[in-house]
Design a protein around this ligand. Structure first.
Ligand code: ADP
Ligand code: ZN
Length: 619
């Protein structure tokens, strides 16, 4: 592997000049500038931005513009190597200290730190808090301390790390060094805890919108999920990276093997796999282009691959928060990405049943119930998905986002009050012991043996629903279940029961509108959204092939060389000189010097009619 870090550039003191020269970006985004200014002035800041919002620049730019070394604390050890590699590829003098280094390697890093040769030092909290490290830091000039994944300090959160509480010690130890805390978790309680724990002195809060405008949200009815998934990937994401989430370990393996057999390269990931295999699969997912990982929720923390083009859910996530976090792993690079989910009556039933059957306390059960209700309300909702999601995080959005299924293809709804009353009475009269298929048959007046034996063909509800087909009845029942009118049999025999909530509806004091579900149609929501025009496609492929070649020879993921957005701009603008290339977003001075000529050569060869496949570095 090469050592790009040795070629350092003269320090740039002005943040804007640094942004352009080192990172190759024209302007700061959103709150970045305000945060950078605060840190430059020596103030503390709490930065709340969604995934992909651009948190890292908030400390990277001041790290380069302020005197001394910036310390970045991160719990995600697996990420440090890639982050440092990405920094070195910008000509930044960066290194990391964590338990994966050999004693020799760690000693080298310490020596560089002592000699003042580091702009950025990434360190795991355990390492940082060791007396040896602290004593050493006492002797060097610190530009700032950045605390990444700052929500780990929250004892209520799901990522709590006890070492994070000890980070308070840094305040007294390094007075006068500005502190930055960064997280993509926005809820108020966590925010307060971070401020209390990490900024008992003083800290400004910079809250950004949590909207992810480039992600298209879609939720569909489950109907042969394997084929649905295959069609989705083939039609919209062939050759691209994506994550497919399922609930069970067995299913991740089954689906990965199946996709692979269908010509979609896929691997499985779950907590039951051997540690070595898990690391290997994670590594492959990060390094390779166009690999799909079929995973349980164990996968995701510590993946900051920017070019994940889709996140698909084949099972319902646990809550809206979990859904937002999981889907948020798509499109960190800001290019178009999909959050796609299918679910059916069975899924709703299972989750309701799990809660009903659990022996947790009443309060806990009720909370779980509420979480599930919120998620189902999102799934069944007919309003703008983005608006619903953001409202859940207390952020107002006007709706009509134009980038979710409900906005792209407005849902037809119907007054289903009468149908719902019929279904509910039928469930009641048959003794609240049967599933949706049976109820639909009774409503439609189908004389099966089972119905006749039970004597249900003599009930007044028998045949009162002939006007609707079986699918529609099943859809009505699923929606009633999702809306909480129906509950699952806690014994798990598949029976449906009426919830308290039914009363008002049965008495006619309440009406209900449901989605009118039609078969699959090709709509605007399911069109491939390529940002590369057909005309630029071959050049884009050639540029990617060259990037792949470089990435392999340097042992880094392709995005460390250039991000997709940068290559796409190259393919569209086709710069012929270094000057022109420098004008492309993501091309800083260091990469220009290092890779500029080669990429111009790829473009030139292409323009002179050399087929991309003939280019020596292409596969
Ligand atoms: P986060 O850590 O908040 O998830 P990152 O720091 O990884 O986000 O940034 C997300 C993406 O946005 C990266 O590809 C990064 O290079 C890009 N980016 C960040 N700030 C800017 C900017 N000012 N201009 C252009 N691209 C940016
Ligand atoms: Zn919308």
């Amino acid at each position: 592997m090469s050592q790009p870090g040795s070629l350092s550039q003269p320090p740039v003191k002005d943040p804007h000049a640094c942004l352009r020269q080192v990172f190759g970006y024209q302007d700061f985004r959103g709150n970045q500038q305000a945060v950078v200014e605060a840190v430059m002035a020596g103030r503390n800041a709490l930065v709340l931005m969604p995934t992909g919002g651009g948190k890292s620049l908030c400390y990277q730019v001041p790290a380069l513009c302020r005197q001394g070394t910036a310390v970045v604390i991160s719990p995600l050890i697996a990420l440090m190597r890639d982050q440092v590699e990405a920094m070195k590829h910008l000509g930044v003098r960066a290194a990391y200290l964590n338990s994966t280094l050999t004693p020799g390697e760690a000693a080298e890093v310490r020596a560089a730190l002592a000699a003042g040769e580091l702009d950025l030092l990434y360190v795991a909290p355990e390492r940082l808090l060791q007396e040896q490290t602290l004593t050493q830091l006492d002797r060097v000039e610190l530009a700032l301390v950045a605390i990444d994944e700052a929500h780990c300090v929250s004892q209520w959160g799901h990522d709590f790390r006890p070492e994070y509480l000890r980070l308070r010690e840094l305040i007294e130890r390094f007075p006068g060094v500005p502190r930055l805390a960064l997280t993509a978790t926005a809820d108020l309680r966590t925010r307060r805890e971070i401020l209390e724990q990490l900024f008992p002195d003083e800290g400004e809060t910079y809250l950004s919108s949590f909207d992810r405008p480039n992600i298209r949200y879609r939720v569909g009815r489950k109907d042969n999920p394997k084929q649905q998934l295959l069609r989705f990937i083939r039609e919209e994401h062939e050759g691209e990276s994506g994550i497919v989430y399922c609930m069970s370990r067995r299913k991740t393996e089954e689906y990965a093997a199946w996709l692979d057999g269908q010509g979609i390269p896929a691997i499985a990931y779950h907590a039951g796999l051997d540690g070595e295999i898990r690391r290997h699969h994670q590594q492959r997912f990060v390094q390779e282009e166009g690999l799909v990982v079929v995973a349980t929720v164990a996968f995701g923390m510590g993946i900051d691959k920017p070019d994940v083009r889709f996140v698909a859910h084949l099972d319902l996530p646990k809550s809206v928060e979990a859904y937002y976090q999981e889907t948020g792993r798509a499109g960190r690079d800001g290019l178009a990405a999909d959050a796609w989910m299918v679910y059916g009556l069975q899924d709703v039933y299972q989750l309701r049943q799990l809660i009903a059957a659990s022996d947790a306390g009443e309060l806990h059960k009720r909370n779980e119930q509420k979480r599930l209700d919120a998620l189902l309300a999102y799934c069944e909702g007919v309003a703008c998905r983005r608006r619903t999601l953001l409202a859940y995080f207390d952020e107002a959005h006007p709706g009509d986002c134009g980038n979710c299924d409900n906005c792209l293809q407005p849902v037809e709804t119907w007054d289903a009050t009468e149908a719902a009353q019929k279904a509910l009475s039928c469930i009641y009269r048959t003794g609240q012991r049967y599933g949706a298929a049976y109820i639909a048959d009774v409503l439609r007046g189908v004389e099966t043996d089972r119905i006749r034996e039970a004597g249900h063909d003599r009930l007044s509800v028998f045949g009162i629903g002939e006007a609707l087909d079986k699918r529609t009845w099943q859809s009505v029942i699923r929606q009633l279940m999702a809306l909480g009118y129906l509950q699952a049999d806690p014994e798990g025999y598949g029976g449906l029961r009426l919830d308290e909530r039914c009363r008002a509806l049965l008495r006619g004091e309440e009406t209900v509108r449901l989605r009118w579900e039609k078969g699959r149609q090709r709509s605007r929501a399911t069109q491939r959204r390529s940002t590369v025009s057909a005309e630029d496609q071959p050049l884009w492929e050639a540029l990617r092939a060259h990037r792949r070649h470089l990435a392999e020879s340097e042992g880094v993921p392709p995005y460390v060389i250039f991000h997709d957005a940068t290559l796409q701009e190259m393919a569209a603008r086709r710069p012929g000189t270094l000057d022109a290339l420098a004008g492309i977003s993501g091309v800083g001075q260091y990469k220009l010097d290092r890779y500029g000529e080669e990429f111009i050569a790829v473009i030139r060869a292409y323009e002179h009619g050399v087929d991309a496949r003939d280019f020596p570095d292409a596969e």
